[in-house]
Design a protein around this ligand. Sequence first.
Ligand SMILES: Cc1cc2nc3c(=O)[nH]c(=O)nc-3n(C[C@H](O)[C@H](O)[C@H](O)COP(=O)(O)OP(=O)(O)OC[C@H]3O[C@@H](n4cnc5c(N)ncnc54)[C@H](O)[C@@H]3O)c2cc1C
Length: 477
Amino acid sequence: MVALQQRLTDALANIVGAQNVLAQPEARTRYASDQYWYAIAAAAAGQPISRPDVAVLPTTPEQIGAILRLANELGVPVTPWGGGSGVQGAANVDQGGIVLDLRKLNRVRGIDHKSLTCVVEAGKNCRDFEAELNAIGLTFTHYPASTEWATIGGSIAARGSGVLSTKYGKIEDHVLNIEFVTPTGELVHTPSVPRHAVGPELTQLLVGAEGTLGIITAATVKLRALPQKRVFGAYSFASLSEGIEAGRRIMVSGLRPPVMRLYDEHAASHSLARAVDIPLSEPTLVLMFDGEYPDLVDLEAKIAFDLCHDHKGKVLPAQLGETWWEKRYVFYYPPYAPELPSIWGTVDVVADFQHIEEVYHATTRAVRESIDPKWNLQLNTHFSHWYEWGSMIYARMKVPTGPDNLQEAKALHDEIFRAGIEAAMAAGAVMNDHHGVGLRLEPFMEAQYGEAGLQALSSIKRALDPNNILCPGKLGL
Ligand SMILES: Cc1cc2nc3c(=O)[nH]c(=O)nc-3n(C[C@H](O)[C@H](O)[C@H](O)COP(=O)(O)OP(=O)(O)OC[C@H]3O[C@@H](n4cnc5c(N)ncnc54)[C@H](O)[C@@H]3O)c2cc1C
């Protein structure tokens, strides 16, 4: 075993240079957990679920090809690691082997100012990328709340979303094509544009694959000019139904607010009110419109505000929206974001307008009823990303102090998720909108896809990765 470890470390050093190989116990601690509650709790208890034998930081796609060929030769698992900010546990190295840290593959290869596109390497940090673009008047319009840590590749691999998604789309809408390395080490470039009729969309096969089907090394992504104007609005509604209906009418009428967030009364009074420092007790909708042409922005906002009035929305100070925008990331940091010894997590599910209200009621009811009241579960829910056909709910749960015993705490966590996810799916939802599957939702993959559907995905995995090197067991494949 020691001989294999040494052979692996030496061979990796030959590929990437000894300075880019971490074989000391430090490798285990640096990659001991991503941001999945159980991974954090297990690492804190000295029992990390993420246990890489060695970390390697390649700087070119060719090096990644060589690393994967070596891993196949030696039969060693490989797990890609972007910013380690995933909340479902996908990046944890639960089978040991190599952790492939992509953060040194972080160049902007070039910007096409005519098409407004950019080729960016996968390990580029989202915040750094946005800052570099802003400096030249451009924006990527993918603003995850984890922008400080998340990478472009990790966002694509986890099928992420940002706060502006309702107008500009999820990450899959930003990506024109990708460069990736197959599990057996070959470099692939997918067709240069996403709209074509030359067979299935290979780019999208890798989007959301959570590292199981290949390593994304670069992507061509859509850029935009920074907006010239932003208009904010905020409304409270007598019932959540009225708020959902106002949101639905805005979306089906073709209006495109980059931000449209509907908070239920719990999230409005406990979380939103605290952040914006305005007392709120009813379901609350925060809207933002933006664009290059101020008149058009004003007109879009006016039509949307009229629709809110149609549903008896009560006008709240527009300053609420502006404060929300300035503080949009605070919800994800202490004191808003939970810390140990709490148990926390988000059931973020997506459905069409026909089902979304029932999904909300069924999911929140099931989560509340899944746990003994003595644990004082808190549940704040909002509808954060909207589509022209539906919306998603972001049901954020917290148990302030769970059981001391790690396995008992995990059992409590798992039961809350089982209840929430099963109720959501039974009411017509898809079990995740933008956080991905990871270790947390892997047990539900067959329920989501059906036996034949999961078999089809597993067949693709076997064909691309015959030695099951990349992220073995993940996604239930
Ligand atoms: C405070 C906070 C706020 C968050 N807010 C948001 C949000 O607003 N929107 C959102 O979508 N998510 C959010 N997340 C979740 C998380 O940040 C996203 O899932 C993000 O996309 C993960 O990116 P990462 O680079 O950290 O990937 P990682 O967590 O490192 O990896 C995610 C998955 O992708 C794989 N992977 C990573 N890089 C590659 C690659 N180059 N090729 C192939 N596979 C790869 C990993 O193996 C893993 O399976 C948040 C998380 C936190 C902690």
